[in-house]
Ligand binder design. Structure first.
Ligand SMILES: Cc1ncc(COP(=O)(O)O)c(C=O)c1O
Length: 458
């Protein structure tokens, strides 16, 4: 799509951005230990580090914030959000959390024991980290097409059902406290999951009596992909599709910072009353009283409005149009990108772009650094920095199949000329790709390395 629906909004408030001089960018990189998470945001021109909490809220969300009820217990804001959560997702029990990983933390604390396995299409970094830090083993069972960046499969986030059944039989049901599905599949390119696949996954989990949780961060983008691509759904609304999809699960964790278009917030939902009682106790210990869960009343109100705005189909047409515009412009310029375009981000195939660098030489990290060096653009590494780990059985380093760099597009924030600027910078980087050298770690924590690791050019 080399054209997309013009922004279905106009800009009423602006935040200035600026491109620092090349020498200043070089100094900033050095001072940050070549980790773009350590850059000052004011030194970044176009920030595609994440689409999490970085979108622009609407006038309706800001207005709702003014009505926020800051009562410690039983606030009106809580009940307004309760109505929205019930209507959109339909679970029996729910609680707000300050963001997605808090919901994952509570679930993992309650259910994951040393040596347990948690299957998923693909775990995102925080789910992976939360499970690993409790001695669990997050396992990715997405379809093989997901690992081929050029494959045009319409639902590359789908679970491989045969692999899932074989896996359950191999490790034993008793070692799987719950199973997951991530929509859309962020770690695998923001790729959607079809309703048909979700139904099959739910059936398998049900057969083996494994509680089924959805990682719901991008519920709305997934619903729009289903509407656009899955026969039988073209005349259903994104709200109807969402309700149908979530009715298949026993619960969900969610970062509201994505499709609910808020700067902070998350949800933990479930149907099991006993589990909910334990989760609520954990919430009180870590996050706050169950009617605010680590958030201000105004944040709950912004989320209540955002849950519906995220599902607006005109907005979703523009939103997915932006992602596919950037993907196609880059592909036309000969830059290897994940195809087809995902929902919230464009994924550069750094492994293919820098074939002279091995996994251990961190090709994605090298590309992330070049993006900032060339254009003041901040992307994020989704490869050997984020996902490599030491196998607990063999002690060997395990590297991911894909070396991707993600350019996540904040919602309602950047315009087409910003996207065109990124394409121009990438063309310049591509022209000198074979001169780009690798990186090595000078510091890495045990879990979630990418946030605080430090590097040195090789
Ligand atoms: C699929 C997915 N799950 C979970 C999370 C974690 O959410 P949060 O950053 O709100 O803790 C993210 C955030 O990027 C995500 O993309």
């Amino acid at each position: 799509m080399t054209e997309y629906l013009p922004e279905p909004f106009r800009i009423k408030m602006v935040e200035p951005i600026r491109l620092p001089e090349r020498e200043a960018r070089e100094n900033a990189l050095r001072q940050a230990g070549y980790n773009v998470f350590a850059l000052k945001a004011e030194d970044v021109f176009i920030d595609m580090l994440t689409d999490s909490g970085t979108g622009a809220m609407s006038q309706f969300q800001w207005a709702a914030m003014m009505a926020g009820d800051e009562s410690y217990a039983g606030a009106r804001s809580y009940y307004r959000l309760a109505e929205a959560v019930k209507e959109v997702f339909g679970f029996e029990y729910w609680m707000p959390t300050h963001q997605g990983r808090a919901a994952e933390g509570i679930l993992s604390t309650l259910l994951v024991k040393e040596g347990n396995y948690i299957p998923n299409n693909m775990h995102f970094d925080t789910t992976d980290g939360n499970i690993r830090s409790r001695g669990g083993r997050p396992t990715n069972l997405v379809i093989d097409e997901a690992y081929d960046p050029e494959n045009q499969h319409p639902f590359k986030g789908n679970m491989d059902i045969e692999k899932l059944i074989a896996f359950i039989l191999e490790v034993g049901v008793e070692n799987i406290p719950f199973g997951m599905m991530t929509v859309t599949n962020n770690a695998g390119g923001g790729q959607p999951v079809s309703m048909e696949n979700m139904r099959a996954v739910a059936e398998v989990y049900k057969t083996y009596e494994i509680p089924f949780f959805i990682d719901a961060a991008r519920y709305a983008e997934n619903a729009y992909f289903v509407k656009m691509r899955e026969p039988g759904y073209e005349n259903k609304s994104t709200l109807e599709i969402t309700r149908e999809l979530f009715a298949l699960a026993d619960g969900m964790t969610m970062s509201a910072k994505k499709d609910a278009i808020v700067n902070i917030g998350g949800l933990l939902c479930m149907n099991n009353e006993e589990l909910f009682t334990h989760a609520r106790n954990e919430l009180i210990m870590r996050e706050g009283f169950p009617t605010y869960g680590g958030l201000a009343g105004r944040d709950l109100d912004a989320m209540a409005v955002g849950l519906y705005e995220g599902l607006d189909e005109t907005y979703l047409e523009y939103r997915l149009g932006q992602t596919s515009y950037l993907t196609e412009k880059l592909a036309e310029a000969g830059i290897p990108v994940m195809q087809p375009a995902g929902g919230h981000a464009v994924y550069l195939d750094a492994g293919k772009m820098l074939p002279h660098l091995s996994h251990a030489e961190l090709p994605d990290q090298a590309l992330v650094v070049e993006l900032y060096r060339e254009g003041g653009i901040r992307g994020v590494e989704l490869g050997s920095v984020m996902f490599s780990y030491e196998d607990p059985d063999t002690g060997e380093m395990v590297y991911p199949d894909l070396e991707l760099v993600r350019l996540a597009i904040p919602r309602r924030t950047y315009t087409q000329s910003h996207l065109d600027y990124i394409v121009k910078a990438m063309v310049k980087i591509m022209a000198r790709a074979d001169e780009i050298s690798g990186y090595k770690f000078t510091y890495a924590p045990q879990f979630l390395k990418h946030f605080t690791a430090q590097f040195e050019p090789l």
